[in-house]
Design a protein around this ligand. Structure first.
Ligand code: KG4
Ligand code: ZN
Length: 329
């Protein structure tokens, strides 16, 4: 059984042998956070408390298992919102204690990466581009269970930038999927900045792009000019995708790997998936492994997949496991 509650989804899954989903129940709180334009931590914690036992019951019913069928309990213990993480960690400890099961502590970002495991086995060495609402990282994985961050965002995460520019255009949180759909209908006419694109490192920066977008939007508003929202979305997305793809391809030159893994909420982005696939097609030695679209966002199945690796290594936590909101690899 696996648990995920690091942000605004309460999720419980039952996974067999690390790659077969028997159930994956996700209770989303999007409706409650929508009117605030983003996730309110206190509201998130309260929802997790209400939802978690219902998710456990539903996950077990859907998988048709009893507690006797379980071998271990895996849980996200960071990074994320501390109050939100604590609900999943406490529930997981309760199940582990009551049913004498080992407790497996899972890093949320490792979970995102291992979501790709449901597509295909991971071939090491691998490089992972993790793009979510809270993180934008290039992670080198020489072997199973080893993670080395080689680049990351210096300010906003890619998903955060999507949500902020979406908000300016009046799109509800989370704006990513809508901006993605609008981008498909528009053209890159605004030529927004590609920050740090030419710098010889693997880091990212999206706050300048966000400001350029907001300034363009407000300036047009002030002079009464109506901008085409689809073109704005397409121009924003082109700038994000250009930088993500360029930096990843540069990293692959110095880190030749068997697989490039695309993971995290923004990995569901159609523009990014298409552009990365055509760039990787030019590298015969590297295969692109993308997390299935429906498993890109936060869910407990991915935590079960990452937890299975730790289970095989006998990497368990005691019942004193605590949430770690700024957990690193
Ligand atoms: O991984 P995730 O579910 O939560 C975090 O761990 O942060 O990622 C959520 C983020 C949100 O910012 C959302 O707008 C973005 O992923 N997102 C997308 C798309 N689908 C979700 N961004 C761009 N294009 C998408 N299709
Ligand atoms: Zn996430």
């Amino acid at each position: 059984m696996s648990f995920e509650s690091s942000c605004d989804e309460t999720s419980v899954a039952i996974i067999e042998n690390g790659d077969k989903i028997l159930s994956n129940v996700v209770a989303t709180q999007i409706k409650s956070h929508k009117r605030f334009g983003g996730v309110v931590p206190e509201v998130a914690s309260r929802h997790h408390i209400e939802e978690i036992t219902i998710c456990i019951r539903d996950a077990m019913q859907q998988a048709d298992v009893t507690y006797d069928d379980l071998d271990a309990v895996a849980v996200t213990y960071g990074p994320g919102l501390v109050g939100a993480l604590l609900i999943g960690v406490t529930a997981a400890k309760m199940v582990a204690w009551a049913h004498h099961l080992p407790l497996i502590p899972v890093n949320h970002l490792a979970g995102h990466i291992y979501a790709a495991r449901f597509e295909k086995p991971i071939q090491f060495p691998a490089l992972s581009l993790v793009v979510s609402g809270g993180h934008t990282e290039l992670v080198y994985m020489p072997k199973e269970g080893q993670f080395e961050i080689i680049g990351e965002t210096r300010d906003d995460a890619a998903g955060e930038a999507y949500d902020k520019v979406g908000r300016v255009m009046g799109i509800n949180y989370p704006a990513g999927p809508t901006v993605d759909a609008m981008a498909a209908k528009g053209h890159d006419t605004f030529n927004f900045p590609r920050a740090m694109d030419k710098e010889a490192n693997y880091d990212f920066s999206f706050s300048g792009l966000k400001s350029a977008f907001i300034n363009t939007y407000h300036h047009a508003d002030q002079i009464g000019e109506k901008l085409n929202h689809d073109d704005l979305a397409a121009s924003f997305q082109a700038a994000v995708v250009d930088v993500l793809v360029d930096k990843t391809m540069r990293a692959l030159k110095n880190y030749p790997v068997n697989q490039l893994i695309l993971a995290g909420g923004v990995a569901a982005n159609n523009g990014l998936r298409t552009r990365l696939q055509s760039a990787i097609d030019k590298l015969p030695q590297t295969e692109l492994l993308m997390a299935p679209k429906k498993l890109c966002g936060d869910n407990a199945a991915m935590i079960g997949a990452a937890g299975y690796v730790l289970y095989k290594e006998g990497h368990f936590a005691g019942l004193d496991l605590n949430a770690d909101p700024s957990l690193e690899f």
